[in-house]
Design a protein around this ligand. Structure first.
Ligand code: PEP
Length: 256
């Protein structure tokens, strides 16, 4: 049985004041939520502050991105995996569609980041997903398959014991256009199948989150699907009540 995992991607949102309020509500509400792993991924400048605020809880902290080079050095504006680990991160989001589209990150860079994250003891949350145009052209599996394959080729299937995959259809992120449970399940099963071709045991234990306009009112149905093991939550993770309701839905629905 896979333990559900829900992570909040705060994107470029927050201030110390806002974080204080959000964390107070999360800390209070998360206490009874023992059946789900939870993480929040704040902007990097707030990671340490958030980590301190969550010290009494089991909620983990993650980065939203990291450099695709392992060593410290002359890379102005970048943050290494070592630094994320140093300030208490357990996770790092890698290959989010906003990084792939707005900052032209390639499959090769994403694969490098996964490799570096693993070497630093961080669990990468590897984001994959197709655009609306790609879905309408019936190439979803081709696109998601090659995003996955680039990482499998780089780190090998055994490394996926320590990787979380997030299927995030680009057209569903921040749009309110959630994938239907069946649409999401089909791609999740495809991803698991791809990994299973190389290692059935790793595939069976692989956590595959769904991300894209998950809200309290659609979470349970999505998370009830056989191959959906929780979610990567953007907008709704900035509201403690909504985020906790989504985590609770994961705990209820994913006990499979
Ligand atoms: C995301 O940013 O990864 C995301 C899934 O956003 P939202 O939940 O707002 O669609």
């Amino acid at each position: 049985m896979r333990r559900p995992f829900v992570a909040g991607n705060w994107k470029m949102h927050g201030s110390k004041a806002m974080i204080q309020t959000l964390l107070a509500e999360l800390v209070e509400g998360a206490k009874p939520l023992e059946s789900v792993d939870m993480a929040v991924c704040p902007p990097s400048v707030y990671i340490d502050y958030v980590k301190q605020g969550l010290v009494e809880t089991k909620i983990s902290v993650g980065g939203q991105n990291m450099a695709d080079v392992a060593e410290q050095g002359a890379f102005t504006g970048e943050v290494t995996g070592v630094m994320l680990k140093d300030v208490g991160c357990d996770y790092v989001i890698v290959g989010h569609s906003e990084r792939r589209t707005l900052y032209a990150e390639t499959d090769e860079q994403v694969a490098n980041k996964v490799s570096i994250a693993l070497a630093e003891g961080l669990t990468p949350i590897l984001c994959v997903g197709e655009t609306l145009k790609e879905r309408e052209s019936n190439v979803t599996e081709k696109v998601v398959g090659s995003q996955m394959q680039a990482v499998l080729d780089k780190v090998g299937v055994k490394a996926f014991a320590k990787v979380v995959v997030a299927y995030e259809p680009v057209w569903a992120i921040g749009t309110g256009m959630t994938a239907s449970p069946q649409q999401a399940q089909d791609v999740h099963a495809f991803i698991r199948g791809l990994v299973a071709k190389q290692d059935a045991t790793i595939a069976e234990s692989l956590i595959i989150q769904y991300g894209g306009s998950v809200k309290p009112n659609n979470a349970k149905e999505l998370f009830s699907q056989t191959d959906i093991d929780g979610g990567l939550i953007g907008g709704a993770s900035l509201n403690a009540v909504d985020f906790l309701a989504i985590c609770e839905a994961a705990g209820d629905a994913c006990s499979k």
